[in-house]
Design a binder for this molecule. Structure first.
Ligand SMILES: C[S@@+](CC[C@H](N)C(=O)[O-])C[C@H]1O[C@@H](n2cnc3c(N)ncnc32)[C@H](O)[C@@H]1O
Length: 198
């Protein structure tokens, strides 16, 4: 696949040098997150789990110096890797907390909550309470059963505009024989669910 990101010295290019522990967010996931929520300069974001900090780094870059991200991670190894990735990205607007997600320790409200963790549906009531009106919750789910659980939980909460996407991106290959999609494409079994505080 062409290294389109090498052409641009941005956080996506930088993320190719990040270390990984487990699944990580991809640039296309982040593109959809920006398109749906409008996350940008000055936003306050709460996130769990941080994992290797890929999504955190993208968010850090988008909210800028005026914005703030507090992110939680329970695994010690992931915290170490995320800290080194976030240092590489110069993400000074990020507070990485080692431990389980907690919405009570921080000043509310948040503009955006990102949940990339098991049992996100159970965390939904608390996280919804910590959002401003019109703020967004974003849930990454590796399984469809989790998507259904999140939709069910969201239905009982003051959330609207609930939608799930499966991102699939395929680069085209052009040569003398013809033009077709590459046989390998940038797809992961990941579902992106969004809901907005009513
Ligand atoms: C798939 S990874 C996140 C990847 C991350 N979005 C990235 O782009 O690098 C999910 C992480 O959630 C963490 N986790 C699970 N439950 C958690 C909780 N209640 N609070 C904080 N972190 C949690 C796991 O340890 C794991 O590292």
């Amino acid at each position: 696949m062409a290294d389109i990101y090498k052409a641009n010295r941005n956080v996506f290019a930088l993320s190719r040098r990040f270390r990984r522990s487990g699944n990580v967010a991809s640039p296309m996931d982040f593109g959809i997150l920006v398109a749906v929520t409008g996350v940008g300069r000055g936003w306050r974001v709460i996130e769990a789990g941080c994992g290797s900090g890929f999504l955190t780094a993208f968010l850090s870059n988008s909210v800028g110096q005026e914005g703030r991200i507090v992110t939680y991670e329970v695994r010690e190894e992931a915290v170490r890797i995320a800290r080194s990735n976030l240092a590489l990205a110069g993400a000074e607007n990020v507070e990485l907390v080692e431990g389980p997600l907690s919405v009570v320790e921080h000043e509310h409200p948040f503009d955006l909550a990102c949940l990339d963790m098991r049992d996100a549906d159970a965390a939904l009531p608390g996280i919804t309470g910590a959002l401003r009106k019109g703020g967004w919750v974003f849930v990454y789910s590796p399984f469809m059963e989790q998507v259904a659980a999140v939709h069910r939980a969201a239905g009982d909460l003051p959330l609207k505009n609930i939608v799930t996407y499966e991102p699939l991106v395929r680069e085209m290959h052009v040569d003398d024989r013809g033009t077709r999609g590459r046989t390998q494409f940038l797809g992961q079994a990941r579902f992106l669910t969004f809901a907005q505080k009513a």
